[in-house]
Design a protein around this ligand. Sequence first.
Ligand SMILES: [Zn+2]
Length: 421
Amino acid sequence: MSPTPPVPEGWEPLPDDHPLVRSRHRAGGPEPELITSVRSLKDLVDRALGRGPHARPEEDAGLAQVVAYPFLALVGPREVRLALLLAAVHPGLGGVLLVGPPGTGKSTAARAVTDILPPVPRSLCYYGCLPEDVARGGLGAVCEDCARKYQAGQPLAVEDQARLYELPPTIDLDALLGHLEEPPGRPPRWRKGLLAQADRHVLYLDELGRYPPAVLDAALEAVQRGYYSVHRGGLSITYRSRALLIASADPDYAAVPLRYVERFALRALTTHGLTPEERKALYWARRAWHDDPGAFAADYRAETQALQNEVRMARELLPQVRVDDALVEQALAVVAELGLPSARAEYAWLEAARAHAAAAGRVHVTPDDLRATAALALRFRQGDLTPQQVAQTQAAEARLQQALQARWPTTAAPVPPEGSP
Ligand SMILES: [Zn+2]
């Protein structure tokens, strides 16, 4: 018997006596859908996406073929666009919570993010092997088949447009996490859940108050760690789940417990008022969008492509962006002054500031980066998210501005209020 083939990094090997492992050593086992003949590039892509005659409906769940509303056409609070841009530049930052009543464009904004995300590599292999696995762990970090393909110079993945996976509140845990399928007369096989499908894509939770705690706990934990394990019948498997997390919350609909609010690095308010000019622009944009989404999106295509390139360059720059120790100390002092108990506050703030610097093409964080990201990272860090908390935002942010001004005095004009151009 040949040795157990290596499993990709982050995966737990199945036990040797498991039927799935045994079948790997047998010709004609369940080794899935190796691409043996390719009629065209489209065919290759369709198969990689699970479309076409070989489509497996489970793997198509949530892949709605809708035209994303152009990110550049979003009208509304600047801080919403800023938060989403920072998350696009730094997907490891930890997610964005959009807070506001219905009809303030929360889900439109979340969907529009896919428009500016760089392409995502999509594995061509059942085991999810990616070129990055080889880069990190050598050929032993991918399955035998992919190791062979890599050595032969064949691709392990295709580039795929980033997608938005909306998490249905009624999803069951098997569909969310994945499960072991046991078709009669055939060896069992793991089926990916929605969280694994959304790896490197956007995972959207529409109205946090609608989700049962079990679903929220599992989803938020998995995305925060970047991986999760499923245990079934004495077996387990570990999936990657590095989705860009976006959620909306309307505290008037349901208060959101602090333990969930805390999971989001940034919290943007969608209610900071629109000027009459912006409302007019919004009306015309919506009309044009509803009349012909494709033509509307085409108007923004060139600029969107340029922005997508900038996001990609900022992502590449991000690892080089440094924060001076003195600046970290000052930031910690501000957090202490505001009495914020969780260490997540300063982590989110400093990382958001790094993303802000990278987006500006700089490799050093300045007080301006911290000023620009302070409210997004530090608000709603105490107590559950309730209508009262939202009502007190202005007073809380005045205190924040005083604390910032005390650390980094500036004679420059203060950041103009929301709604100004
Ligand atoms: Zn593989």
